[in-house]
Design a protein around this ligand. Structure first.
Ligand code: AOF
Ligand code: ZN
Length: 350
């Protein structure tokens, strides 16, 4: 590991502390280094609040401020050049007379996208880019997918028995995963902006789709109910969190319920994703059912899959789980008899 990478890893570590508080902004970390000594550190802590660079420079001790014009600033994402909720970081970097900036990766957000690096260079600052570029992009895989593909990052999740069934052949809900895994799944829910299920899952499983077994924000709930068949008495419609009901009947908004009308044709998934993009939903976890998951897979519209297999459970008959294709297996994790396989679509994206 070279010296640039060492400090960029620290930026990534810092950035991660902002997880769950900064979306739809990216997680960003910054480190200020004077002669191989860190004199300032910061990260983007909360959406709408100061950027990593600002917090990093504010953290410099009084006795070290005179060193700022001789230091190098490391930042995991290209410094912004636009006026958003906060002023441009590039201006601050120039004002502080920082001579060297090392950037992890370019910001894909249209308002920045290269303009930050250009502005720094025009101010006579030496800029090095692409240090741990893949790691920095992966850190913000949701943000990158949203801005480069104009759709949310799609995480598929399902649980299956050892013989590949996601439900038994009766109306009773089949509980596949153990209580530790359930907590992990709720943690995952807290990390995504939205959670999506189809009509049958909403009806038969009657889930609440909140992350009540974990801390933090619950995702926005999304249900596909084209013909508005679901009774409003279902738990999913409670007022605990916002719910978007994609349907082909009406557009109506009341309190936490948004009925969003879509064209009913064979491009429904595309319509859902572009509506989510319009609503600034950066990531979606799709929890089922099998048909809906399979249509995402078949359309090639997914980024990551987490499949939980209870290796100790078999049912004689049941609904077959979806079949993943074009995947890259990342790793597996075991929680008692539950085995969780993590996959990326195609090869690792970054
Ligand atoms: C940075 N450093 O720490 C972050 C950046 O509305 P604002 O002002 O918060 O700007 C949000 C945009 O700024 C966001 O979409 C992304 O392009 C960039 N985020 N940039 O220089 C940071 N979080
Ligand atoms: Zn900024």
């Amino acid at each position: 590991m070279n010296i640039h990478e060492k400090y960029m890893y620290r930026c990534i570590e810092l950035a991660k502390i902002g997880a769950a508080h900064v979306a739809p902004n990216p997680m960003v970390g910054a480190v200020l280094v004077y002669k191989d000594r860190i004199i300032g550190e910061g990260f983007h802590e909360k959406y709408g609040m100061p950027h990593a660079e600002v917090n990093c420079l504010n953290s410099v001790k009084d006795e070290d401020t005179r060193l700022i014009p001789s230091s190098a600033l490391y930042v995991s994402l290209e410094p912004c050049a636009h006026h958003g909720k906060t002023p441009p970081c590039t201006d601050l970097i120039s004002e502080k007379k920082i001579p060297t900036v090392v950037v992890g990766c370019r910001d894909p957000f249209a308002e920045v996208n290269g303009k930050g690096i250009k502005k720094l260079q025009q101010a006579g600052i030496a800029v090095t880019t692409g240090v741990l570029e893949n790691e920095c992009k992966e850190l913000n895989k949701r943000f990158f997918t949203f801005h480069t593909q104009q759709r949310p990052y799609i995480l598929l999740k399902w649980a299956q028995t050892a013989n590949g069934k996601i439900s038994a052949n009766n109306t009773e809900r089949l509980l596949i995963t153990n209580e530790f895994t359930n907590r992990l799944v709720h943690k995952w829910r807290s990390e995504e902006m939205a959670i999506l299920v189809g009509t049958n899952t909403a009806l038969l499983d009657a889930p609440e789709l909140t992350n009540r077994l974990w801390n933090g924000k619950s995702p926005v709930r999304i249900v596909l109910d084209m013909d508005l068949k679901l009774p409003l008495s279902l738990k999913i419609f409670n007022q605990k969190q916002r719910i978007i009901i994609f349907n082909a009947v009406k557009y109506e908004e009341k309190e936490n319920l948004l009925f969003f009308k879509l064209k009913k044709d064979n491009g429904i998934i595309h319509h859902v994703l572009s509506a989510c993009h319009q609503m600034n939903i950066q990531s979606i976890m799709t929890e089922g059912g099998a048909k809906l998951l399979q249509s995402f897979i078949d359309a090639g519209l997914w980024d990551e899959a987490r499949i939980i297999t209870n290796t100790g459970l078999r049912v004689a008959e049941g609904l077959a789980s979806p079949k993943l294709s074009h995947f890259h297996h990342l790793f597996a994790q075991n929680i008692f008899t539950d085995k969780i396989d993590f996959y990326y679509h195609n090869t690792a994206p970054f």
